[in-house]
Design a protein around this ligand. Structure first.
Ligand code: HEM
Length: 179
């Protein structure tokens, strides 16, 4: 038995999902939600999302330290941290978008689109925050720090909805036997 066979959804469980009395829910439950963008059985998107989350937290931290100390060192930390957040956010977003478009069981769930939209808004805010610092580094107080705080709020929204996909819908938890 291959690794992929061991990870396949058991037939009984797949049938349970199709037994929902609501025909719309039964139709949604009938589709496979396994990750299609995975590396040796590990969904790539789930491996990547920690980086934009950590860099976004680091950006707000650098801004707070700059506000507190006035030391230009924290301006440079913030610039690199938000650049890292944007670049890794785009990379994670590409893996997530591929997953969303390729896997029917993910695509048909409204929750997937809620997560995708909040995540794309987060990536846009990160791009704004990086661009602001590139053209006007002194604008960190008050504009940059405010955008960093907004990015933290959207990291919460995107991460919460991403987590719901995995823990409530079982999305991406099992690699397809097709792989
Ligand atoms: C275009 C943007 C994005 C799309 C379309 C997208 C799509 C998805 C999909 C389909 C999943 C289900 C798991 C999987 O199949 O791998 C997921 C999970 C998740 N996403 Fe995204 N995503 C995007 C960007 C982001 C970003 C920027 C973040 C960072 C805040 C993020 C955070 C998460 C988290 C925390 C999970 C749960 C992972 C786990 O715990 O295993 N996503 N996303």
């Amino acid at each position: 038995m291959t690794e992929a066979d061991k990870n396949a959804i058991p037939d009984e469980e797949r049938e349970d999902r199709q037994d929902d009395p609501n025909p719309v829910m039964a139709e949604i439950g009938a589709h496979d939600t396994s990750s299609a963008v995975a590396l040796v059985g590990h969904p790539i998107h789930a491996m990547m999302v920690h980086f934009p989350i950590a860099f976004t937290v680091a950006t707000l931290g650098a801004d707070v330290f700059y506000w507190w100390s006035g030391d230009d060192f924290w301006l440079r930390v913030g610039l690199w941290a938000v650049g890292g957040a944007f670049a890794t956010g785009v990379a994670a977003g590409l893996a997530g978008t591929a997953e969303l478009l390729l896997v029917k069981g993910i695509r048909v769930r409204v929750a997937s689109w809620t997560h995708a939209i909040t995540a794309m808004m987060l990536i846009s805010i990160l791009g704004l925050n990086w661009g602001l610092r590139l053209v006007a580094p002194e604008a960190v107080l008050p504009h940059g720090i405010a955008v960093s705080a907004l990015a933290m709020v959207f990291t919460g929204f995107a991460g919460w909805h991403g987590g719901k996909l995995v823990f409530d819908h079982g999305v991406g938890a099992i690699v397809s036997p097709k792989q």
